[in-house]
Design a protein around this ligand. Structure first.
Ligand SMILES: Nc1nc2c(ncn2[C@@H]2O[C@H](COP(=O)(O)OP(=O)(O)OP(=O)(O)O)[C@@H](O)[C@H]2O)c(=O)[nH]1
Length: 660
């Protein structure tokens, strides 16, 4: 019961697991999926950030690199002045033309030379330039200053650039700072944010300039004072910021949104480039601020990522991960569902089988117990044997008393005759000659008597090489049936009143006797006997008295014959004696007379009276009076009939032709 309860409990647990495990797997899978999704989103963001950093750094490097190329141009221009005491407008133009500024240096407004002019030389200077064909030339703005500068050359000398002709950049503080720095260091100097002279008020842009101070080289220059004293002027280049950046970032220029500030702080008034203006696609969170130190000036460059930049990094991974994750989770859950339900079904089936087996076992035990059938199992190869409790109970033992159990236990208990028979039958079965083994055998009971068992068995298992391995079977106590059968057999062959063999058994014995006599060349005497005067006893003393007479007669004749002879009652008051190895006629007659004398003795009757009967006996002897049972019986009967007809109370040997 406990086992069944456990099985049921396990069964409901399994059903619970079968129902919830796939769901749990799905939820865990989806949970894992969420983590994976977040991880992949994070991974994409990280890649976007790295890519953005790379692009931002590259953008700044491009700015720096472009600036370096401009410095080259200026260096070349400065070289011209260093190597020539006089550089004519034409020479300067040639140099500028050779540079092909527009083609190779996009964004540069021009390249120029601003001459440094001491106040005392100002008028001479103006006069000289005007003489070169510029009658309206003057140095702007007017006014008294310690040092003048004037843009005398500016190539290309056309368009907006003409506005700068004669402009004193040194008069304007931002430009002057850069110009002075270049003078003092001898290096190029980048100006701060300026409004270029070239601007006309339409689509204005912020501007900046690069200066390279030029010196008179007739004396050595070793310090700032000497530099200032020998200052000749500046070659310079003006830039419009938007034009400068134009085309710098190629096709993917739209990816980055750039603001540039003059100086180290991102102040509105210092902003020189407004990339982020009217850009709604700025990607918040991806911003990089870098400072660029060039030619004594610092630019702060703020770079934002745009949506298009993010698109360049494969951002579909999270979607793929999510979709694949959901599919895989579902698939896994489905698989688990199939496995669990298959397992559950298998377990249910196994449980059902276990329950069935358990019930079957219980039922079988009940049947075995109820029918008191013993079981045995015998390992043919090793002799190991197993009996159940009932096997032992049939012969009055408890199983424990018989242990150790082996085939010898059976051999030691079975009747020797039956053991031989059983051995033979088992051998026949083991040899495959019989489909099963069955044998009735006697086994010695604990109390000493024999118990009949019906021993049945069959080979249940063969060894790999095809030999019988395990044989098992049952023991059924058939003692009672055997006894009943014996009684029945006895009743079928014996007379109820006298317990003498009846006609059937006599006939059987007669056949056997004749066969034996034939074999051994002996004689058989058949004596047919009929009581004389028996009816009177019935009539005078009653039927019971008649029975007593019949029983007494039977007993008295029986005492006269040998165990190998047979006395049968074949009718109401008719008996037959079958005498084996009977000798001659005389001997038969002698025997008949002995019977008669015994029978004639008075027989005490139940009513206190006495019965008096005698025998009329007809004798036939084998082989002289017949060699078959029928003939012999017929002749004995004829002889008896002769006696009855004549004297009665006598014996007569058959004579052919009817004579006695
Ligand atoms: N008590 C008793 N009588 C039986 C039994 N079987 C047959 N009888 C009687 O036995 C008698 C036989 O008849 P008979 O052979 O004519 O009797 P009987 O007096 O011996 O005559 P005879 O043979 O001519 O001498 C009949 O009366 C039967 O009823 C039996 O089992 N018990």
């Amino acid at each position: 019961m406990e086992l069944l309860a456990k099985i049921k409990e396990t069964g409901s647990l399994n059903r619970f697991l079968a129902a919830w495990t796939p769901l749990a797997v799905l939820l865990i899978g989806l949970g894992f999926n969420v983590v994976l999704y977040q991880f992949s989103v994070e991974s994409v963001r990280e890649r976007q950030r790295v890519y953005f950093d790379f692009r931002a750094r590259e953008a700044v490097e491009r700015i720096e690199s472009r600036m370096a190329t401009y410095q080259q141009v200026l260096r070349g221009a400065a070289g011209n002045f260093d190597s020539h005491e006089q550089v004519s407008r034409e020479q300067f133009r040639n140099y500028a033309d050779r540079q092909a500024l527009e083609a190779y240096f996009p964004g540069i407004q021009g390249i120029g030379f601003a001459q440094a002019i001491a106040p005392k030389d100002l008028q001479t200077h103006i006069t000289a330039v005007r003489a070169q064909g510029f009658p309206s030339y003057s140095v702007q703005p007017p006014g008294q200053r310690d040092l003048y500068s004037s843009i005398v050359y500016l190539e290309p000398f056309s368009g907006r650039n003409l506005r700068a002709f004669g402009f004193d950049m040194y008069s304007e503080p931002v430009r002057r700072t850069a110009m002075q720095r270049s003078v003092d260091t001898g290096e190029m100097a980048l100006s701060g944010k300026v409004r270029l002279q070239q601007e006309s008020g339409i689509q204005e842009q912020s501007g900046f300039l690069i200066y390279q101070a030029i010196y008179f080289r007739d004396r050595p220059i070793t310090n700032i004072e000497e530099r200032r004293a020998q200052l000749r002027g500046w070659v310079y280049a003006p830039f419009r910021m938007n034009d400068f950046l134009q085309g710098l970032f190629g096709e993917q220029g739209h990816d980055l949104i750039i603001d540039i500030f003059d100086g180290e702080q991102m102040l509105a008034k210092a902003q020189t480039y407004y990339g982020s203006l009217e850009r709604p696609d700025i990607q918040q969170g991806l911003e990089s601020v870098r400072t660029l130190h060039m030619m004594g000036q610092t630019w702060t460059i703020r770079v934002y990522a745009s949506t298009s930049l993010l698109q360049r990094v494969d951002h579909r991974l999270p979607i793929f991960a999510a979709v694949a994750g959901v599919l895989l989770s579902s698939l896994l859950a489905g698989l688990v569902f199939l496995l669990v339900s298959a397992k559950s079904r298998a377990e249910s089936a196994a449980r059902a089988m276990t329950e069935d087996l358990s019930l079957e076992k219980t039922r079988l035990n009940a049947i075995l117990e109820g029918t008191r059938v013993g079981t045995w199992e015998w390992n043919v190869q090793t002799g190991q044997t197993v009996f159940n409790e009932q096997w032992a109970a049939i012969v009055g033992y408890q199983l424990a008393e018989l242990k150790p159990v082996s085939i010898q236990t059976w051999i030691g208990m079975v009747h020797p005759e039956d053991l031989q028979k059983s051995d033979l039958l088992i051998k026949q079965h083991l040899a495959g000659e019989t489909p099963f083994y069955e044998c009735e055998a006697r086994i010695r009971h604990k109390q000493g008597h024999w118990v009949w068992v019906l021993d049945r068995g069959k080979i249940g298992k063969w060894s790999e090489d095809g030999k019988p391995l395990i044989m098992s079977g049952t023991h059924q106590d058939i003692t009672r049936e055997k006894q009943k059968m014996d009684t029945y057999q006895h009743g079928a062959h014996h007379d109820v009143l006298t317990d003498l063999p009846n006609r059937i058994l006599l006939s059987d014995r007669l056949s056997q006797s004749l066969a034996l006599a034939e074999r051994e060349q002996t004689h058989v005497a058949l004596l047919f006997m009929d009581l004389d005067g028996f009816k009177l006893i019935n009539d005078n003393h009653g039927h019971d008295a008649g029975d007593v007479v019949l029983q007494t007669v039977a007993r008295r004749i029986q005492q006269c014959i040998r165990a190998s002879d047979t006395l049968a009652r074949v009718g109401g008051d008719e008996f037959v004696a079958l005498l084996q190895d009977a000798g001659d006629e005389q001997e038969a007659l002698k025997k008949a007379n002995l019977f008669n004398s015994e029978v004639r003795r008075p027989i005490p009757l139940p009513d206190g009276g006495e019965g008096h009967v005698s025998l009329s006996i007809g004798i036939a002897i084998y082989p002289q009076h017949g060699i078959t049972a029928e003939l012999l019986s017929e002749h004995a009967d004829q002889a008896m009939y002769q006696v009855k007809k004549s004297s009665k109370n006598a014996a007569l040997v058959y004579r052919s032709g009817g004579a006695a």
